[in-house]
Design a protein around this ligand. Structure first.
Ligand code: HEC
Length: 272
């Protein structure tokens, strides 16, 4: 009985911790290369996304990454989640041409984007994407931060991890050396160089800054509801703490007469 109770309490507590993002990551262990450990504002049980960084990251994504990578789950209305107003999100959407249709004559046509549209992919299909990238497929970035062990730290490390290859490494044409890619060979040329974008808020666009910003944006894109999840986890833990105290008091009250011997007939049969 005691074991069962402890087990259930343990289960309940770990559910709460998992919601808060405190559960130990199974993937972090056994990593061959040590990732750069960046302090992101969205880490920890009360972490939130830095909206300004996410907006700068969106700019980096738009101006650089989106020429090769798609983000199929990203709709323009989602931009309100990182602090853009509806008008601004509408204006950004309208800068894109979306293929719609068919019209009354059965033809597809182009029109400016709306809030409900997804961001258009750079290539019509995987084969076209491969053909344009020397046979390598640039993966969709919608959930890449969740999909790779190491998550945000991995993405940051990868983007800042281009180095001169050591002498004993042979690179095929179209391959680049990256300290953090599995096998160290990557078909993506170094995407970031200093001052590639002009930030409107005056932040200096160093490689590290852009890598950090685009990582914040992609971490948000991979889990836009993270802040709600964490706050639910926290409320749940508070609720459970109060509930456990109440359960304990109730339990004591129910058993008190029996423990005091006021009901001597209870439990007699078992003893006999
Ligand atoms: C010139 C095209 C190009 C641009 C621009 C580009 N990428 Fe890539 N990216 C690729 C290709 C091709 C691959 C596949 C590499 C491979 O499989 O070796 C890739 C792979 C990746 C991966 C997966 C690495 C892994 O672990 O498998 C990530 C993450 C990534 N890119 C992020 C980005 C980000 C963020 C940007 C913008 C800052 C960006 N890329 C810009 C072409 C590009």
């Amino acid at each position: 009985m005691r074991i069962k109770k402890t087990f259930i309490l343990g289960l309940v507590a770990s559910l709460g911790f998992a919601n808060l993002g405190l559960a130990p990551s199974a993937l972090a262990a056994g990593e061959a290369v040590k990732l750069k450990d960046i302090e992101f504002s969205f880490e920890g049980p009360f972490g939130t996304f830095d909206r300004a960084a996410a907006q700068r990251g969106f700019q980096v994504y738009r101006e650089i990454c989106s020429s090769c990578h798609s983000a199929q789950y990203f709709a323009f209305r989602n931009l309100e989640g990182i602090g853009y107003s509806e008008e601004m999100a509408k204006a950004i959407a309208a800068e894109y041409q979306i293929t719609d249709g068919p019209d009354d004559f059965g033809d597809m046509f182009e029109r400016p984007g709306k809030l409900s549209d997804r961001m258009p992919a750079p290539f019509p299909n995987q084969n076209a994407a491969r053909a344009a990238n020397g046979g390598a497929y640039p993966p969709d970035l919608s959930v890449i931060v969740k999909a790779r062990p190491g998550g945000a730290d991995y993405l940051y490390s990868l983007l800042t991890g281009y180095e001169e290859p050591p002498a004993d490494i042979e690179l095929a044409p179209g391959q680049y050396y990256n300290a953090y890619m599995a096998g160290h060979k990557i078909a993506m040329p170094q995407p970031l160089y200093d001052d590639m974008v002009g930030y409107a808020d005056g932040t200096e666009a160093t490689v590290e800054q852009m890598a950090k910003d685009v990582t914040v944006f992609l971490a948000w894109l991979a889990e836009p509801s993270m802040e709600q999840r964490k706050s639910i986890g926290f409320s749940f833990m508070i609720f459970m703490s109060i509930f456990v105290v109440l359960l304990y008091l109730t339990n004591r009250r129910i058993w008190r007469p029996i423990k005091k011997g006021a009901m001597p007939w209870v439990g007699k049969d078992e003893k006999a």
